[in-house]
Design a protein around this ligand. Structure first.
Ligand SMILES: [Zn+2]
Length: 292
């Protein structure tokens, strides 16, 4: 699913094409993708308004419009495709095009989703809508981003020390750090040389520093390489990301660790598959109690 680097890449590719444009028409083909209002209210708020700005927070892309803001969460397989009206995206994407924004320069922004988990939110829509409430709470509680100007060392160190959670699960917690998903959580832990089952509070100062630096490096590189394409991710220009070739552990079970040559292993932690090198990322010491 698109994580921070992918959504950031989508934002960067769409911004120059959308900001300043007016949305002339919003075509709703599958109403269930809209949250916070029905199709009529969405259209009333969106049509005729200019796109003032595009922003990203965590994995949300936010479109600031003249008469209200929209948030798009792509979840598993959502895509935002900028194209011309007649462009042929192929039968699968055509069939799964759920919302089309028609722009005043003749282009379209199509929301495509083959897995149907993504949503488009009207952020100041019906406050009693439980799906909207949940999205607003998630946005409100998002933690700092693992980038320059986001996460700071002192705060990170203190919050790590206070948590008894396993690192893999903690890195996926959007309130702890915003924007990481399964791919980058695994890659960050490999970069830092820390096993995904380690408890956050058990990290030494030096390990915490490695994790802090590793997260920033991995995310910055992934943005530079325009994200990772597994499954359906493409950016706003329909291009795949090239970070996939640079993945060290994610999806590489059984392959040789690029650092030491040991076979990459996979285990399920908190319901999510985790990939790691058993030698570069030593498993946690068994606690004294389990030895009794
Ligand atoms: Zn290794």
């Amino acid at each position: 699913m698109p994580e921070l680097p992918e959504v950031e890449t989508i934002k960067r590719t769409l911004s120059p094409r959308l900001v300043g444009r007016t949305i002339e028409k919003m075509e709703v083909r599958t109403p269930k993708f809209l949250v916070g209002a029905g199709p009529d209210e969405f259209r009333r708020r969106v049509e005729g308004g200019r796109v003032l700005d595009l922003e990203r927070r965590g994995k949300f892309l936010i479109l600031r419009l003249e008469d209200g803001d929209l948030a798009v969460h792509l979840k598993m397989a959502g895509q935002l495709v900028w194209c011309r009206p007649g462009d042929d995206l192929g039968p699968t994407r055509e069939k799964h095009t759920h919302v089309v924004f028609h722009l005043d320069d003749g282009h379209e922004l199509r929301y495509v989703d083959t897995r149907h988990f993504g949503r488009v939110y009207l952020l100041d829509g019906d406050p009693d809508d439980p799906l909207l409430r949940r999205a607003l709470r998630t946005l409100d509680e998002l933690g700092p981003e693992p980038r320059e100007g986001g996460l700071e060392w002192e705060g990170f160190r203190a919050r790590l020390a206070a948590r008894a959670a396993r690192l893999k699960s903690l890195l996926l917690d959007q309130a702890f750090v915003a924007g990481l998903g399964n791919i980058y959580a695994d890659e960050c832990l490999f970069r830092a040389g820390i096993h995904p089952l380690r408890l956050a509070s058990s990290l030494s100062e030096e390990e915490a520093r490695r994790l802090f630096a590793g997260m920033r490096e991995v995310i910055a590189e992934a943005i530079e390489f325009r994200g990772t394409s597994v499954r359906d991710y493409v950016d706003g220009e329909g291009r795949e990301g090239s970070f996939s070739e640079r993945l060290n552990v994610y999806g590489r079970t059984g392959e040789a660790c690029p650092r030491c040559g040991a076979a990459i292993e996979r285990m399920v932690i908190g319901g999510r598959s985790s990939h790691f090198c058993p030698r570069c990322q030593p498993p946690p010491e068994p606690s004294p109690r389990t030895n009794v």
